[in-house]
Design a protein around this ligand. Structure first.
Ligand code: PXL
Length: 278
């Protein structure tokens, strides 16, 4: 397989095992040259820490894009995660329209909410801006909370396949071609990912842990992107990423110290590399 360069746009949470500190090692393990565009710099992530710093890098974005355009820099894929402001989302759309090679996938993880709630600092304007970005994406990877917010659907803890199919229908109506919906659980012992590829529904079910770990959405989206860009089909990439994320959670739960702020994803990286060789 040829050596590919991709771009990922998300924050640097200096401590917290999420966003770029997770995406870079995972994408590198997948054999991809990974260029970054940091959306913001925070001292920690916002989930469970208090008093964190936040430096929004929105105003750097048009300057960085102008330089890349001058240099003729292009990418074989672009993958976005946690973004710093609603205004920034317009710049990110410009970047996707300018730097992707023809046919290169644009993957959007609308990282903004979980457990029925928006992350600290996000509001309705941010959701509206994210809707526009998602409509430009080739593939989006929301969790159920994000899918509900994007489609104006009331969040539910319990649901059936008809509810998930209705979320897909509404997401496709926004203009998204393919959706990988994470954390879809139809019974208490299992969870999984539901996939709508050009409107065709598939479901991959696996073991559920009572409590997940922070940052596993980023682990999942990074492993998915790495596998997809390395040549896996959308469904195979969704399954491979689910299996890897599960192993990361398993490793974290083994730790006797309560590793509460992230997942010990590093421990399962050799298995990720191995699964990509198969
Ligand atoms: O894992 C998603 C994420 C990324 N970046 C920051 C966050 C969060 C979730 O809380 O706070 C800064």
């Amino acid at each position: 397989m040829s050596y590919k360069r991709i771009l990922t746009v998300q924050d640097i949470s200096c401590v917290g095992q999420c966003s770029l500190t997770v995406a870079l090692p995972i994408l590198s393990a997948c054999g991809l040259e990974t260029a970054i565009l940091p959306s913001a710099v925070l001292s920690t992530h916002t989930g469970g820490f208090t008093g964190y710093t936040f430096c929004d890098l929105t105003e750097e974005m048009p300057k960085i894009l102008a330089h890349w355009k001058k240099e003729g820099i292009r990418f074989a894929a672009m993958y976005t995660g946690y973004l710093g402001s609603s205004h920034q989302i317009d710049y990110v759309t410009d970047i996707a329209n300018s730097v992707l090679e023809p046919g290169a996938p644009f993957i959007v993880d609308p990282a903004m909410a979980d457990g029925g709630k928006l992350y600290a600092g996000f509001d309705a304007d941010f959701v509206e801006a994210m809707k526009k970005l998602v409509s430009r994406a080739d593939i989006t990877l929301p969790n159920i909370t994000e899918a509900c917010l994007l489609t104006g659907t009331e969040y539910r803890e319990t649901y059936d396949e008809a509810f998930i199919r209705s979320l897909f229908k509404k997401l496709h109506a926004l203009g998204v071609k393919n959706v990988v919906l994470t954390g879809v659980s139809y019974n208490p012992e299992t969870t999984g990912v539901a996939i709508s590829e050009d409107g065709e529904y598939r479901y991959y079910e696996h073991k559920k842990f009572e409590k997940g770990c922070h940052g596993t959405g980023d682990v999942y989206a990074s492993a998915f992107t790495g596998a997809l860009v390395s040549g896996r089909s959308l469904y195979d990439a969704a399954v491979l990423a689910a299996n890897y994320t599960l192993r990361c959670i398993e490793e974290t739960k083994k730790d006797e110290n309560d590793h509460w702020y992230g997942s010990e994803f590093e421990k399962a990286l050799p298995e990720l590399i191995e699964s990509l060789r198969k």
